[in-house]
Design a protein around this ligand. Structure first.
Ligand SMILES: [Ca+2]
Length: 207
């Protein structure tokens, strides 16, 4: 039986695809329903991204994009409609002794329990420190002196907030937030199927 592919695009999406075509042969059996949205920030590669509730005053989730600079990264944030709402130079907001190679293994994290999420990351290309930062401003809110080789984020203590899990050589360390949980009765994140799916595997570009 032949596979039928249905793709309906508006004019703006057609123009976007013309400038930046996507692969034309979807996996057999895949039924495309069209482009949801496509957005570029002056054709820059976002490279690593983190999606989360970084600004509750804006509808939907925001997308933090790291940029692909090997040093002196210049992140930006898209809103749920694909508009660039902020961009900044990491060097101007990171601690002065943070590696100039920037951030890697970036993940949104429910650290405080408040509605606004922050992001966790480690020093790029080294067994380095770990930080939590505000994606919209780039401000570092917590820094852990570490020799982190790999970083994970998940709720392992069971209070629905998330902890930072660091692999350092053959050691594993877990950091939790000792502050009071402002919303202790939120349902556990593990109750959401998409959370279980996203935590099943680890991905360097969007953990
Ligand atoms: Ca939002």
């Amino acid at each position: 039986m032949r596979t039928t592919t249905v793709v309906r695009l508006n004019n703006s999406a057609r123009q976007s695809l013309h400038r930046n075509p996507v692969p034309r042969s979807p996996r057999k059996g895949t039924r495309l329903r069209g482009l949801v949205w496509w957005k570029t920030n002056r054709r820059q590669e976002p490279q690593n991204a983190a999606v989360g509730e970084f600004d509750p005053t804006r509808p939907g989730l925001e997308i933090w994009c790291r940029s692909r600079y090997d040093t002196h990264q210049k992140p930006w944030v898209l809103d749920a409609q694909g508009h660039v709402i902020v961009q900044y130079e990491l060097d101007k907001v990171a601690p002065p002794d943070w590696t100039e190679k920037g951030l890697e293994e970036i993940a949104p994290i429910q650290w405080t329990g408040a509605e606004t999420q922050v992001a966790a990351a480690k020093e790029r290309h080294k067994s380095g420190d770990v930080c939590l930062f505000e994606p919209l401003s780039g401000q570092f809110v917590v820094r852990f002196t570490e020799q982190a080789d790999r970083l994970y984020v998940a709720d392992v203590s069971g209070d629905w907030r998330e902890e930072i899990i660091v692999v350092s050589g053959n050691k594993l360390r877990i950091y939790e937030n000792p502050a009071k949980n402002p919303r202790p009765h939120q349902p556990r994140l593990w109750a959401q199927q998409h959370y279980r799916r996203s935590k099943m595997s680890w991905n360097y570009y969007s953990p």
